[in-house]
Design a protein around this ligand. Sequence first.
Ligand code: MTE
Length: 320
Amino acid sequence: MLIKRAPELQSSEQTPKQIYLERRKFIAGLSLAAGASLAGKNLWNLLAPSAHVHASNKLSGVVKSSYRTDETQTPYEDATHYNNFYEFGTDKSDPAKNAQNFRTSPWTVTVDGEVKKPRKFSMDEILKLAPLEERVYRHRCVEAWSMVVPWIGYSFSELAKLVEPTPKARYVAFESYYDPRQMPLGSRAGIPLPYVDGLRLDEAMHPLALLTVGMYGESLPNQDGAPVRMILPWKYGFKSIKSLVRIRFVKDQPPVTWNLANSREYGFYSNVNPAVDHPRWTQAKERRLGEFFKRPTLMFNGYADQVAGLYSGMDLRKNF
Ligand code: MTE
């Protein structure tokens, strides 16, 4: 279950610590005065929105994309404190705690393999490579919870066309950063690291595939995959690989971390599919964070109109 935590302070741009602590004391006092703890909690939520301290920086020049659902957006606090990022621990609350000091600058992403123009991109180059768009996507984890998140980035194809994939490129292999010194819990994650994932070239080139540098108007918090990750809204969340350092265009289907860890339970494609259950639980329904009743899961997470054509003629039970 979702545990809301008081956010931690990280950078000098945020509310000065003393003011923040005073405000907390003041609100805590009000909450006590209000009596019952439930009333206090509601009062806290009403009075304390500014006490939520962002660890990231505002991104400028972001345009609103037409790729957006008008469903209620998941609160920032929930989307940034209920995470899977096994390099920083396996509990949902671990990444927000343990990734705070993760060094994401300087950062480069190497793009190579079957391309005419292999190159290394600095984070600065990635941020300026194409206009930044805000896209509000449904985000559905294989564990049957979901969120609605305003991500910021641009289609992965923008980067791909700069390196000019050769006709031999049929897949794209992605790799996350891994440094056991900065990620000591990685050795206990129970999955092979560095985290890797892959897509067929046509999936990667689909306009919905988002090279993501921010969320909620700001750069990505560390726990959400700073400084750059993929977001693939029609696939289970584990395909949305975080903290990318390498992208390779390749001939053969590349390995996928969760498939390496357990091939019976996690396939290469992992398209959201309510008709194909996980061996240990149903995928027909999901719990949207913050909601009590489960809701039906939609084929391709509601993006069937856009992506179903990528899989025409394929047996999606076999290719799960
Ligand atoms: N990327 C890396 N490097 N390590 C991870 O453990 N977890 C995946 C995916 N990307 C993961 C990762 C899983 S299981 C999910 S559901 C999403 O990230 C979660 O993204 P979020 O925490 O931003 O919601």
